[in-house]
Ligand binder design. Sequence first.
Ligand code: LLP
Length: 454
Amino acid sequence: MSSTVGIPADLNVLAAHVWPAGVQRSPDTGVVSMHGHDVRELAEQFGTPAYVLDEIEFRDRIRSWKSAFDEATNSTASVYYAGKAFLCSAVVRWLAQEGVNLDVCTGGELAVALRAGFDPAAILMHGNNKSQGELTQAVEAGVGLIVLDSFEEIARLAHIAAQAGKVQAVLIRVTVGVEAHTHEYIATAHEDQKFGFSLAGGQALEAIKRVNKLSALSLQGLHSHIGSQIFNTSGFEVAAHRLTQFLVQVRDECSVELPMLDLGGGLGIAYTPDDDPLAPQVIAQQLIGIVAEQCQVSGLAMPRIVVEPGRAIAGPTTMTIYQVGTIKPIDLDGITRTFVSVDGGMSDNIRTALYDAVYTCSLVSRASAAEPMLVRVVGKHCETGDIVVRDAWLPSDLAPGDLIAVAATGAYGRSMASNYNHVPRPPVVAVTPDASRLIVRRESVEDILALDVD
Ligand code: LLP
């Protein structure tokens, strides 16, 4: 509010590791562009709010995750992009072109992949409550790996596969008891949550014994996912240690050496200039090193390593462009808080409200030499918690009609968008130096009305 803490030296500087790689600010006009496409023209053509995605960076990220793990393992690891971060036909095609696999967690995500012609053998499906229909859809389509999450599901899937006359390759999701240092709602491998079979409680071993008795299921290995927005590999180190110990136990008690170890996703990205995520090359070297060391100590053959990055591929590639509307300074006992309202909000970015997520934003449609003011960027929804950026520095001459952009909205932005207050969900525009094009169109009020069938 009146504080100068964290005041940026120059509002015009866009921290390169927070904004999509193709984003630049013109030194003359102050206008921001992506690969030469002026944000004002993008806003004119596609409307606001809009997710603007750097297609070159998205593909580069897919490629660098693949090459990092290929290099660290002589091409024996597999990268599965976690489609929950953001999925549409264009993304599916980019994955296929770059030779990266796909992780889905619902029949809906699977349907997107199959309609786009993705090889079902390169798909992995997980989820704690896959329906009979979803499992049947997956088995019939020939999905490569299904991650089993409960005893009921073991029996259900074995039945479905037997009926289809198939042997389904599966992984067992193991709860390793690691508290990842992240928000409670996105940490997934401590004991008190809904995913997987507990290692400490003995359910994981029991699950393996049951699967091994079923001829319609072929057990390939273990799956673990310890959380999201993680900035170092220490949690993975504990997880890998427990998992390799468990592989030894499985070898000794069940006489099988499982060939695959899926460590899940969860690597963090930069939402603010202070965030310093690890590069895929570093992550690959560290994760592979940890597992290799544990295997050597335990006398195990190195399993095929699987990773499932979502946010680290999609997140940094996208910014959301909003138009500024009402600007309202509120006097709070002598201190002024300025609320800057934009034409979207919690329906296109729920992460601030849900996880207290922190974002970076900037005026992108013009230059300004005005003093910075500390504002709260809020949406247009009927809810006090409808906050896009809790504390943002923007120029004090900000005016209705200006465009602002929020960086790093590519993961869990569009994919968690809603129709709250019957607000249509924004489009996703993919930008390359040659073109800007819709890859997901804007929802219309007609789309929303069409669902109302009384
Ligand atoms: N694999 C599994 C089994 C997962 O559950 C997840 C994320 C991923 C991979 C991908 O994780 P990533 O690399 O994207 O962190 N909506 C939350 C994140 C929830 C993630 C759930 N599972 C957010 O907006 O932060």
